[in-house]
Design a protein around this ligand. Structure first.
Ligand code: ADP
Ligand code: MG
Length: 626
């Protein structure tokens, strides 16, 4: 039994734990008998700690000593201050995991040592690492971190009939939780689960629906009694609780009574809140929230390269998808019935449990693929961001490309690792940098430095650089001290689109200038190599063209730089051809030069295309860039 692996959905609002028994995932209840463990930790004044539903309940009377939504801070240096103690997000999360572990052990009757924990697909390395650390602190070996949408598909995948397994389907996962909305497009079939794209709104969830009910209740109360409940903190907490309960009730009934005795008092005595809210009124109050869901949904579809009609299935995930208005929105948008059969708030944990069973060897024929949320790459000459791993690539994955030096005799290259969608390095997020030293001095373009990006199944990135001649190698594991929030990711992706044109121009400028410099280098090299063998007219012409290009380079007219580069290049071709035919001794060197010029062309032309692995040459931004 000790080799059993549980699946844990460590949610922002609620957590759920599941285990596969007899080939099927079951949800393990808490000691209080609920299948949801509210992700809430409370501290009493006497030093006691409450976790889960008890903590959620005492939040009403103890708001200052209650920690909610800690998941939003995972991977950051945020600290929770309780009296003279400070807690990291990992420690708070560990308290939740500990409660889950203990309750599950009591229920199952055997110790739990291993777990698969889910995280949002957009979680960065440090957020994943922090989640893993939380597990370790709680005494759990986290055998795998998997993406929530992937887990949902695992849960549905296992429930699919055998015959369906062969065909591939595009699934949209609509996950509306307590405070966040996540949309993922996933390809499922033939035992494969692959996340194609993700989008979302990190500040849209059940809490917003609760807030609308609260606002309405407060307004109503003010109109009746001229008392503003907002001023009373305790009243606000009671209102929040009743608002959520009312909302949940309205998912099943068309009217709900709201009753809060002794909510306030004035000179005339105590006041009670006692009103009725209809579903129709509630839906009117929250219509705009439902509408907001459409934006990320459309973006996720667009990013996946599919269109709306190519979505074969829609899965509803998260407690808030129990609201009829949300389900109606999904029906209207996709013109289909969302898949049903698994509770929206259990599905993620069940998928994680299935993944646990796959790892433990209990369930076969299920593979798992995940994706990166932002592109990864390095900085190359001219401050250009050269991507090695594209956004939404499957993980685990590994990508290798050969780079070379930018200057003659360059012995050091700096590998600056970045994450983002912008074309210029400076606009992306720096994840770390390291140097590869002691490269044997050689002309620019000769050394071959192999750069490899490795992303493991948990989404943790390793980058290495190796000098192919000496075998000398350097590497780093990316554990960035700060992490990207979902907002930041959304912003980065959006900005990339907004600035695409401007970035493209600057990239073009860097490319044009880079090319000009290389052409000047080549020309000077050729003159040194061929010396007197170049006919004097050609020599003068070449010198003039070099000078002319140098002058152009000092100005900003790109077209002029490009034109002068072309003139110099043509002159070089002419000289090379001359030398090739006329002078046997000059043959090899000249031919090499023109070959190199051509290869240069190939690189520039193909840089917008999907590059061939191991064949692409870039330039490190070492000497020239500084
Ligand atoms: P998270 O993934 O963010 O931890 P959940 O998926 O557990 O959160 O969703 C929690 C949210 O779902 C809460 O806002 C809760 O009020 C809401 N919720 C749960 N059940 C219902 C229901 N029957 N009707 C409407 N909202 C619900
Ligand atoms: Mg969730």
């Amino acid at each position: 039994m000790a080799d059993k692996i549980v699946g844990i959905d460590l949610g922002t609002t609620n957590s759920v734990v599941s285990i596969v028994e007899g080939g099927e995932p079951i949800v393990i209840p808490s000691a209080e008998g609920d299948y949801l463990f509210p992700s809430v930790v409370g501290f009493s004044k006497t030093g006691e700690r409450f976790v889960g539903s008890v903590a959620k309940r005492q939040a009403v009377s103890n708001p200052d000593r209650t920690v909610i939504s800690i998941k939003r801070h995972m991977g950051t240096d945020y600290k929770v201050q309780i009296d003279d103690k400070q807690f990291s997000p990992q420690e708070i999360s560990a308290m939740i995991l500990q409660k889950i572990k203990t309750d599950a052990e009591t229920y199952l009757g055997f110790p739990i040592e291993k777990a698969v924990i889910t995280v949002p697909a957009y979680f960065s390395d440090s957020e994943r690492q922090a989640t893993k650390d939380a597990g370790t602190i709680a005494g759990l070996e986290v055998v795998r971190i998997i993406n929530e949408p992937t887990a949902s598909c695992m849960a549905y995948g296992l429930n699919k009939g055998e015959d369906d397994n062969a065909q591939t389907e595009n699934v949209l996962i609509w996950d509306l939780g307590g405070g966040t909305f996540d949309v993922s497009i996933v390809e499922v079939g033939g035992g494969l689960v692959e996340v194609k794209s993700t989008a979302g709104d990190s500040h849209l969830g059940g809490d917003d629906w609760d807030q609308r009910i609260m606002d309405w209740l407060i307004e109503d109360f003010k109109n009746r009694y001229n008392i503003d409940l907002r001023a009373d903190r305790l009243a606000m907490q009671r209102l929040k609780e009743v608002a959520e309960n009312t909302k949940i009730k309205l998912s099943y009934e068309t009217t709900a009574k709201v009753n809060l005795p002794f909510i306030a008092a004035d000179a005339t005595g105590p006041k009670h809140l006692d009103v009725e809210l209809t579903r129709a009124k509630f839906q009117e109050l929250t219509a705009d929230l439902v509408e907001r869901c459409e934006i990320p949904a459309m973006r996720a579809i667009k990013d996946s390269g599919l269109n709306l009609h190519q979505i074969n299935k829609v899965f509803l995930v998260g407690g808030s998808t129990r609201m009829p208005a949300v389900q109606d929105k999904v029906r209207a948008l996709f013109n289909r019935e969302p898949a049903s059969g698994i509770d929206p708030d259990k599905v993620v944990a069940m998928g994680a449990a299935i993944q646990g069973a796959v790892i433990a060897g209990e369930v076969k024929d299920m593979v798992l693929l995940d994706v990166t949320s932002l592109s990864l790459g390095i900085e190359t000459v001219g401050g250009i961001f050269t991507k090695l791993i594209e956004r939404n690539s499957q993980i685990p994955c590994s990508k290798t490309r050969i780079f070379t030096t930018a200057a003659d005799g360059q012995t050091v290259v700096e590998v600056h690792v970045l994450q983002g969608e912008r074309e210029l390095a400076a606009h992306n997020k720096s994840l770390g940098r390291f140097e590869l030293r002691n490269i044997p001095p050689a002309p620019r373009g000769v050394p071959q430095i192999e750069v490899t990006f490795d992303i493991d199944a948990n989404g943790i990135v390793n980058v290495s650089a190796k000098d192919m001649v000496t075998g000398n190698q350097q590497k780093i594991t990316i554990q960035s001290p700060t992490s990207l929030s979902k907002d930041e990711i959304d912003t980065m992706v959006k900005e990339a689109a907004i600035y695409a044109e401007e970035d493209g121009k600057r990239r073009e400028e860097a490319t044009v200038r880079n090319k000009a410099n290389i052409e000047i280098d080549t020309a000077e090299h050729t003159m040194r190599e061929l010396g007197e063998r170049i006919n004097p007219d050609h020599q003068i012409a070449l010198r003039n063209l070099i000078d002319q290009l140098r002058i152009s380079l000092q100005a900003t007219d790109l077209a002029k730089i490009a034109a002068d580069t072309k003139l110099l290049q043509d002159q070089l071709y002419a000289i090379s051809t001359d030398a090739y035919y006329a002078l046997d001794t000059g043959r090899v060197a000249a031919k090499d030069q023109s070959e190199e010029a051509k290869r240069q062309e190939i690189y520039d032309l193909s840089s917008d295309e999907e590059p061939e692995d191991d064949e692409l040459f870039g330039w490190f931004n070492q000497e020239e860039g500084k």
